[in-house]
Design a protein around this ligand. Structure first.
Ligand SMILES: Nc1nc2c(ncn2[C@@H]2O[C@H](COP(=O)(O)OP(=O)(O)OP(=O)(O)O)[C@@H](O)[C@H]2O)c(=O)[nH]1
Ligand SMILES: [Mg+2]
Length: 316
């Protein structure tokens, strides 16, 4: 029995706690939806495929339940060792959760990538699957209705029923709360698994590296987004600072794959890198609640996405 259930209502539902993962093609809106449900940014997002590179847990605290969302990398046809590793992470995750949320953008017709994922999901018989139509703010009601029908049909073709089909807009804050209401009854009964107030279990150092990567991703195109990796090397309180004026020194490396990419990341007279620093520093300061001096260095890790040794070094 939960310690947080209200005793005033006699016919109260039992407290539930469990895991739901969001899966889908890259760029489907999984991380944006995770953040909207948690009410704070726990996962970085970008208008490019393959932004998320590890599972990110976001925790939703409610009176009646604790819902742990597991945001996963977009499932795609891998072209590199990194891609293969990311897909493995997704498959391991969906085998472990209580509910699977399959995200399909409202503004893109179902494609081979979606069918491929749905087929794999069909083989996970025991786990309830919710189809989540994302980005509904981008389409009219007719397009949305067609998408809902197509998704229902897809389930039937593959021999299973969706537990729910829910249209949402994370950006427009439409039906996000309803989605949580629909997931909660599918979770097992049990007490909260994370302390009250914890919104994620991401280590601080990882979140900081991700915020820098998010800023670095903005405005870069083609292959470059995939080539960027960020590692926080060191975080140290600046010495000789008065107690009421602390400063945290953060040293981070922005890795790219080829020397030719260096110029783009750094920009003319270093302007681009400087902007990345300013933008991410603000977010890091908000996250940590302390002033930060952010020191960014660009380094080449040759073809790291394909090199097992480099991948290990970068934490994959
Ligand atoms: N208009 C609109 N855009 C959205 C919505 N949700 C996400 N987006 C945008 O879609 C893009 C991709 O969003 P992400 O949340 O990063 O997508 P993802 O599925 O996590 O992508 P990967 O991590 O690469 O698999 C971003 O530019 C988001 O701002 C939405 O509800 N409405
Ligand atoms: Mg993502």
């Amino acid at each position: 029995m939960s310690v947080r259930s209200k005793s005033s209502e006699p016919s109260e539902a039992p407290h539930r706690a469990g895991f739901a993962c969001f899966v889908g093609r890259p760029n489907a809106g999984k991380s944006t939806l995770t953040n909207a449900l948690v009410g704070q940014k726990v996962a970085i997002t970008a208008n490019q495929p393959q932004t998320t590179r590890h599972t990110v847990r976001g925790i939703v605290h409610r009176e009646d339940a604790q819902l742990i969302l597991v945001d996963t990398p977009g499932l795609h046809k891998p072209r590199t060792l990194l891609g293969e590793r990311l897909n493995d992470v997704v498959r391991t995750t969906w085998a472990e959760v209580d509910v699977i949320g399959f995200c399909l953008p409202a503004n893109e017709k179902l494609g081979p990538g979606d069918r491929f994922i749905a087929k794999e999901l069909a083989s996970i018989k025991k786990t309830p699957k919710i189809a989540i139509v994302t980005k509904t703010d981008l389409v009219d009601s007719k397009t949305l209705a067609e998408q809902l029908i197509a998704i229902d049909q897809l389930g039937k073709e593959l021999g299973f029923e969706w537990a729910e089909i829910v249209p949402v807009s994370a950006v427009g804050d439409k039906q996000v709360g309803l989605l949580a209401d629909l997931i909660v009854p599918l979770l097992p009964e049990g007490p909260a698994l994370y302390p009250e107030g914890d919104l994620t279990d991401e280590p601080e150092q990882v979140m900081i590296a991700e915020l820098i990567r998010e800023a670095a991703l903005e405005g870069v195109r083609d292959e470059l987004p995939h080539s960027i990796a960020v590692v926080v090397e060191e975080m140290l309180p600046r010495e000789d600072r008065p107690a009421d004026k602390p400063l945290l020194d953060i040293h981070a490396f922005v890795y790219i794959e080829r020397p030719s990419q260096k110029g783009i990341i750094i920009g003319p007279k270093g302007k681009r890198l400087k902007d990345v620093g300013i933008k991410s520093r603000k977010q890091i300061e908000a996250l940590l609640g302390t002033p930060v001096f952010l020191d960014l260095h660009v380094k080449v890790a040759k073809d790291w996405q394909r090199d097992p040794r480099q991948l290990r070094k970068l934490g994959f």
